[in-house]
Design a protein. Structure first.
Length: 197
């Protein structure tokens, strides 16, 4: 293509304002531009945008094209550069969308002010109920809820309780906690709230 004398004649005519020469350049080389876009796996819309940008650049740069015979190479290079720019912009948009999605997920996990108040009330009721339990239940539940969890063998040694009795004792202590006035009121309140939803 580079040695095609008709390319030089077309460029000279197009520089002179010959509309037919422009049309022939576009007709002759649009498949070159399109094939490069296809090689970059651009969407149809992005490929159309790249093509328009390349043809507009040619209109602007044609008067400065030093070697008219190099037109096919110039078009290929300009198309590749524009495809790269388009692909990089798409990648930036993709990363930005992922960041926005992540930010939205983070925001969703932030409790609403009402939820913070509900959680504070629940914690206060549980603490008040816990304080109403006998010492042995408080010790057992504290060890079971600690982080990291205390092994059953350590609980057994400290409370002088068989390992097999820890689970049933835990269940009895939690039942006592549920029956304390503050925790019982909390449970009723939460049931009433759920019933209204």
């Amino acid at each position: 293509m580079r040695d095609d004398p008709s390319v030089v004649a077309l460029v000279v005519r197009a520089r002179g304002g010959d509309r037919d020469a422009w049309d022939e350049i576009v007709e002759r080389y649009s498949s070159l531009v399109w094939s490069i876009c296809k090689a970059f796996r651009l969407s149809r819309a992005d490929a159309d945008d790249v093509g328009q940008t390349v043809w507009l650049s040619l209109v602007e740069q044609l008067p400065r094209l030093r070697e008219p015979a190099a037109l096919p190479g110039w078009l290929a290079t300009a198309t590749r550069r524009e495809c790269l720019r388009c692909a990089q912009a798409a990648e930036r948009q993709h990363r930005l969308r992922q960041q926005v999605d992540t930010d939205v997920l983070v925001d969703v996990r932030v409790p609403a002010p009402d939820q913070e108040l509900i959680d504070a009330e629940r914690n206060a009721a549980l603490i008040a109920g816990f304080r109403q339990l006998e010492g042995r239940c408080q010790e057992l539940l504290s060890m079971l809820m600690s982080q990291p969890p205390v092994p059953y063998t350590d609980i057994s040694a400290k409370l002088a309780m068989p390992v097999g009795a820890i689970g049933p004792t835990r269940a009895r202590c939690l039942d006592k906690l549920r029956r304390t006035p503050t925790v019982a009121a909390l449970i009723r309140s939460e049931r009433d709230t759920q019933g209204r939803r």
